[in-house]
Ligand binder design. Sequence first.
Ligand SMILES: NC(=O)c1ccc[n+]([C@@H]2O[C@H](COP(=O)([O-])OP(=O)(O)OC[C@H]3O[C@@H](n4cnc5c(N)ncnc54)[C@H](OP(=O)(O)O)[C@@H]3O)[C@@H](O)[C@H]2O)c1
Length: 217
Amino acid sequence: MPTAMIIGASRGIGLELARQYAAAGWRVHATTRTPAQPGALGAIGGEVVIHALDVRHAPQLEALAQAVATEGIDVLIHNAGVAGRGMDPAEVRRINTDAPIRVAQALLPAVTRSSEKKLVLVTSQLGARRGHKGSLGLYGDSKAALNDAFRAHAPAWGRGGLVAVVMHPGWVRTDMGGAMAPLSVEESVRGMRQVIARLTPADHGRFWTWEGREHSW
Ligand SMILES: NC(=O)c1ccc[n+]([C@@H]2O[C@H](COP(=O)([O-])OP(=O)(O)OC[C@H]3O[C@@H](n4cnc5c(N)ncnc54)[C@H](OP(=O)(O)O)[C@@H]3O)[C@@H](O)[C@H]2O)c1
């Protein structure tokens, strides 16, 4: 039975990732900031293990790594993120830029122990500079900085045998994406899972969309 870990699975895209992997028969480790009130995450059938994690909280991250110290994680997806409206910019960077790298590093041994060895950091097309000069806004800048940090770590992760990518999930109807977004979480996650299933070492270190198109940086 393959194993997936979804970081930030309480709602939106992360909840649907947990739901679809569990429905496909995977063992799923799912993290939430509120494990005592798991809500819809607690109602998913199948083999789902719920863990506490605020991605800024180092002791919780250490406990999570310990909890899977004898397991392999075939697919690790760091999905947690914030739009940042009304937030302290430093907090937005901690969550959107620093945490995905720190979480990936902490869980790298478990991913390396698995068969598939896949790592997906959820980014956004709004973090693509594409010749943009100046600010992309607080959210876009935090994701552009995540993409930069990902590219800095990708060579070492690749030498460790991982297939690591950043992925844009599309514009999706969630609390973050809003009601006008064209994609449902079901469609976005179905696409993401197909792209992840097809990843090979040749795809490592690159920026993919939920539809399997390569995105420019
Ligand atoms: N929706 C879109 O159109 C879109 C487009 C491009 C990229 N994305 C990216 O896709 C990812 C998921 O977005 P979404 O639309 O599903 O957003 P969402 O509905 O707002 O859900 C965000 C998720 O991140 C979690 N989270 C936020 N801060 C956290 C923290 N400090 N520690 C742990 N978990 C935390 C939330 O947990 P709580 O419930 O505890 O707050 C929630 O599970 C994000 O990285 C986002 O930037 C989304």
